[in-house]
Design a protein. Structure first.
Length: 187
């Protein structure tokens, strides 16, 4: 994703002893904002042409303190025209049914919250509903595979779900999954 952020400039003041003196020019925004960006350009008007001076860069094609004519073609040639002009590919998010299924499975199997947070962080999502459809499908498959590796307890031991759960024999909600799996294997 490409993001363009613009800001006015302001005088940068530096403290020298008890006095302040002008220390150059900086952007007029939150002081640490530049840490978020891979490229920071200062724009200047030289005569009737716009120019850019590289003030911060993590991109090899834009070396620090380099200046160049500020035109789309110049930026596209340096950054990569194919990157800037490629067609956007929409990401299909998980539907409510998938989200509900994953939430239920996570609750039933009592997955480690750190693992769930790792999934969310990797998908750059705040909740399951913000995750891509294919990622949620993989998470569901992972949890279902965990259920399929649970030992097949006898039906007699699992007759009373509440009692078995209270005694710690069966985690809450696993009863139905195990019985279903046992029934499928019996067929």
């Amino acid at each position: 994703m490409n993001v363009v952020f613009t800001s006015h400039s302001k005088i940068k003041w530096e403290k020298v002893g008890n006095d302040f003196r002008q220390g150059g020019i900086t952007f007029d925004a939150y002081g640490k904002l530049d840490y978020l960006f891979d490229l920071v350009l200062e724009t200047q008007l030289r005569g009737s042409e716009g120019w850019a001076v590289v003030r911060k860069s993590r991109i090899e094609a834009f070396p620090m303190f380099d200046s160049f004519p500020l035109t789309y073609d110049e930026v596209a040639n340096r950054y990569g025209r194919e990157v800037l002009e490629r067609t956007a590919e929409p990401v299909k998010l998980a539907d409510q049914e998938q989200v509900a299924r994953l939430a239920h499975l996570v609750d039933v199997v009592k997955l480690d919250p750190d693992l769930v947070q790792k999934w969310l962080d990797k998908a750059d999502a705040a909740s399951f509903s913000d995750m891509p459809e294919d990622v949620v499908a993989k998470c569901i498959a992972f949890v279902e595979a965990k259920i399929n590796t649970l030992p097949l307890w006898s039906h007699r031991m699992l007759v009373n779900t509440n009692a078995a759960t209270e005694r710690g024999i069966v985690p809450p909600g696993v009863y139905d999954a195990v019985i279903k799996r046992a029934d499928e294997k019996a067929e």
